[in-house]
Design a protein around this ligand. Structure first.
Ligand SMILES: [Zn+2]
Length: 200
């Protein structure tokens, strides 16, 4: 798995990913040429590093596999919503519900507890759970901002298979990176040479 990382370094952020955390997050699942797949949230340590680098978790957050799985699950639902927006199709109800769940689950205050011996008291949820819930809420909120804001018009998926990163278009450019652009141009040139003209 480490060989994969060495052979294909993580591509630079796609256009718009520095502006929208939601795009950055959606693009943590990277399909590379040759059937390789890079998941920046593939392990608890990798997921924690991703969150720490974006100020969404402290370095000692202690993420567990359950937390990383929650992040990957929200990512798939966010990717589904971005795909729906790009295709001009209705949202998958489950994807919409997942984003709204992340938005509403985050506690705004320590909850009231009551036990027989000590009576009422307030306590915050487990710190790690709270960190992850807060990160999920932040990512979901940014997704909602992106989808409902003026930049949603520029949202598109990278036009260079097998890449599946999302980006904000600038002019006619619809590739997430120069590497993807070069690959798409090379594929078109190859198709022309071999007489298999593509229609796009
Ligand atoms: Zn790309």
């Amino acid at each position: 798995m480490q060989e994969t990382v060495t052979a294909e370094p993580v591509p630079p952020p796609a256009p718009g990913a520095e502006q929208y955390l939601a795009l950055d997050f959606a693009n943590t699942a990277i399909a590379l040429p040759g059937g390789q797949f890079l998941d920046l949230l593939g392990t608890p340590a990798a997921a924690q590093q991703w969150l720490v680098e974006r100020g969404l978790a402290p370095a000692d957050a202690g993420l567990r596999e359950m937390c990383a799985a929650q992040l990957r699950s929200l990512r798939e639902n966010i990717r589904a919503l971005l795909a729906s927006r790009v295709a001009g199709l209705p949202a998958l109800p489950a994807a919409l519900a997942a984003v709204n769940d992340a938005l509403t689950r985050v506690p705004t205050a320590a909850l009231l507890h009551w036990d027989e011996k000590n009576g009422p008291y307030r306590a915050a949820p487990h710190p790690t759970t709270q960190i992850v819930d807060h990160a999920l809420a932040t990512l979901a909120a940014n997704t909602a901002d992106l989808l409902t804001g003026p930049d949603a018009e520029r949202l598109t998926a990278c036009g260079s298979p097998p890449c599946s990163r999302y980006l904000l278009k600038h002019g006619r450019r619809h590739w997430c990176s120069t590497r993807c652009g070069d690959r798409a141009r090379a594929a078109r040139a190859y198709a022309r040479r071999t007489g298999r003209e593509t229609t796009d």
